[in-house]
Design a protein around this ligand. Structure first.
Ligand code: HEC
Ligand code: HEC
Ligand code: HEC
Ligand code: HEC
Length: 488
């Protein structure tokens, strides 16, 4: 029997198929024109232009006639299942209309660069026309947003020697080599953390935008993919057995998210020089520094107070929560996570008066260190120490002992990052070594219990209520994990 949801999906797939057949007939001819008109020489002065992903959707290319589950079917998968294909249409929904009104945008959300920059390939209505084919790109976060503007690689990538070319050569043409985990993490961070021209700040959040909280392993796991997962695993073989792909996703993802958040912080501080009224940026603090009930016995007033003066503000913990625990487990001279600088920057956020200049400088310096840390985690020789199953298991044990207790005592953001990290490490360990299925089942049961306690909410996606109880439940779960993981 078919469930209602299943039927709905079929309808959506059929609609996508109909759209794609229409596109095929319409675009096949255009595809050829585009291919022929694209310039073969690599001019490096001007940034490469968008071609418009409609040309990827033709039957012979990625439009789904190859008769394979993935290969050649990337467009219908994206169109029917990937949330990115809806990213433009949500700009026309009620929430977006409300946001545009509250933000006093001169144009509707779906015509405003502040929204389009992350939700569509068109940075403005006018720029839609700058794609070299002169056609409107596919709506939503489309192929070229991740794989790179195709002006200089469209004709090249269908040639038989394309797969043999070096990543550097492809990159010169504007193609992003997403098989590389570091490149992939940075591609997602462009929109899921933010950057120049892309900022989900407190203005947008207060107008109704969901708060952005990115964790690469989690988002990657929840994202319907248009290529087979085995390919990722095969490209990142582990020393002993299996794959270090999952381990890289977590270590590289955590470091890149923190690095890019610091770069965004610096960008916000630099903006303060031009428009002082925009500083300090409220989204840099823990949301509950301001938004919490006037009562005692809350998570907010928890044991973390031992380190933070009473009545002080707290820095937004989300992007940085796992850096200290991670740094402690990564030994050796190449550990470039600048812990003491990070502690110093964190303490600056205890006061509501933030020196923009100093903060911008310090944030960039730490980001630089994190960039080298991410590069190191991305190298295959990192597998020997950081990414090996043995090292991951040691890290996990620390995370359910003191490191973990500190995090669950601190705040929801830190506790949730801990939970997501334990989840990611569990997957990474299972992927890279032989494990006991019964023990894995028990670990999963505790992780599910943590998930339930942490209770993501739509929109704000953190529980509104900060009673003492969740901390105790999480502490008990950590203790159960400790028992399961400790050597007898
Ligand atoms: C920095 C990039 C960025 C900018 C700028 C941005 N968004 Fe978003 N938006 C996102 C991401 C990423 C999500 C998904 C959040 C998640 O689930 O973690 C999202 C989610 C949304 C959602 C919820 C979609 C859903 O399926 O529930 C709406 C609505 C939305 N954005 C509207 C807007 C509007 C309107 C603007 C401009 C005022 C805007 N966005 C600006 C990145 C951005
Ligand atoms: C949100 C980012 C994102 C979007 C949007 C996206 N892709 Fe991908 N795509 C990836 C990643 C990551 C991979 C896996 C790495 C790889 O194989 O290059 C991938 C893999 C692929 C592959 C397999 C490449 C190989 O080396 O085997 C093809 C083909 C592809 N994508 C085509 C498309 C097409 C066509 C679209 C638009 C309909 C699209 N992608 C949209 C991120 C994206
Ligand atoms: C050009 C901007 C952009 C890029 C690049 C991008 N995303 Fe997104 N992503 C969005 C927006 C906008 C949404 C919200 C779509 C919606 O719900 O309408 C989103 C939604 C998602 C969601 C669904 C989130 C939820 O709450 O359900 C996942 C998962 C996701 N993205 C993963 C990724 C991954 C993994 C990458 C990198 C390979 C990536 N994205 C790259 C803009 C982007
Ligand atoms: C430094 C204090 C401060 C911090 C930190 C802060 N906010 Fe706010 N927030 C405010 C103020 C002030 C308003 C405006 C209230 C009004 O308009 O009356 C507001 C308004 C809002 C609103 C609109 C609804 C409402 O209650 O007025 C939302 C939603 C919101 N903030 C979410 C967040 C989130 C999510 C974070 C963390 C990323 C955050 N805030 C961090 C001070 C803060």
């Amino acid at each position: 029997m078919q469930s209602a949801e299943c039927k709905m999906n079929n309808v959506r797939v059929m609609a996508a198929r109909a759209t794609h057949f229409a596109l095929c007939t319409l675009q096949s001819a255009l595809c050829i024109v585009v291919c022929l008109s694209a310039d073969d020489t690599v001019a490096e002065d001007a940034p490469p232009k968008l071609v418009g992903s409609a040309s990827c959707a033709t039957a012979a290319c990625h439009g789904g006639l190859a008769g394979h589950k993935f290969v050649g079917s990337e467009f219908p998968i994206w169109s029917a299942r990937d949330p990115h294909s809806r990213a433009y249409s949500v700009l026309e929904n009620d929430l977006s209309r409300q946001m545009a009104a509250l933000l006093n945008l001169p144009k509707p959300a779906h015509e405003s660069a502040v929204c389009l920059n992350c939700h569509s390939p068109a940075t403005s209505v006018e720029s839609k026309l700058t794609s070299i084919s002169g056609r409107t790109p596919l709506a939503g976060v489309d192929c070229e947003q991740c794989h790179g503007p195709a002006e200089r690689w469209l004709t090249e990538h269908v040639r038989s020697d394309w797969k043999l070319r070096s990543a550097a050569d492809k990159q010169r043409r504007g193609y992003r080599d997403l098989t590389d985990v570091l490149t992939r993490a940075n591609a997602c961070a462009d929109c899921h953390v933010g950057g120049p021209g892309r900022d989900v700040n407190h203005d947008l959040i207060a107008a109704g935008h969901p708060r952005l909280f990115f964790e690469l392993s989690t988002f990657h796991a929840n994202w319907p993919k248009h290529w087979p997962a085995e390919v990722d695993a095969k490209r990142h073989p582990a020393v002993e057995k299996g794959s270090v792909f999952e381990a890289k996703l977590w270590t590289v993802g955590q470091t890149v998210a923190a690095q890019r958040s610091l770069e965004l912080l610096s960008q916000r501080a630099e903006l303060a020089k031009v428009t002082p009224a925009r500083w300090p940026e409220l989204a840099e603090w823990n949301c509950f520094a301001c938004h919490h009930d006037l009562r005692s016995a809350s998570w907010w007033q928890s044991k973390d107070a031992a380190k933070r003066p009473r009545g002080s503000f707290a820095w937004n913990a989300w992007p940085y929560a796992m850096l200290d625990p991670l740094a402690r487990r990564v030994v050796g001279s190449e550990n470039s996570i600048p812990q003491s600088e990070l502690t110093k920057l964190r303490s600056r956020f205890e006061s509501p008066v933030l020196p923009a200049d100093a903060i911008s400088r310090e944030a960039i310096a730490i980001a630089q260190g994190l960039r080298s840390a991410a590069e190191r985690f991305n190298r295959n020789d990192a597998a020997k120490d950081v990414l090996s199953a043995k090292s991951l298991a040691a890290m996990r044990l620390a995370f359910v002992t003191d490191d973990g207790l500190n995090l669950v005592n601190r705040d929801w953001d830190s506790a949730t990052q801990l939970f997501l990290s334990l989840n990611a490490l569990q997957h990474a360990i299972v992927a890279s070594t032989q494990t006991d299925p019964e023990q894995d089942r028990q670990i999963q049961a505790v992780l599910d219990s943590m998930n339930e306690t942490l209770n993501f909410q739509p929109g704000l996606r953190s529980p509104r209520d900060f009673a003492a109880q969740p901390i105790e439940r999480l502490q008990a779960d950590l203790q159960r994990l400790r028992k399961l993981l400790s050597p007898p």
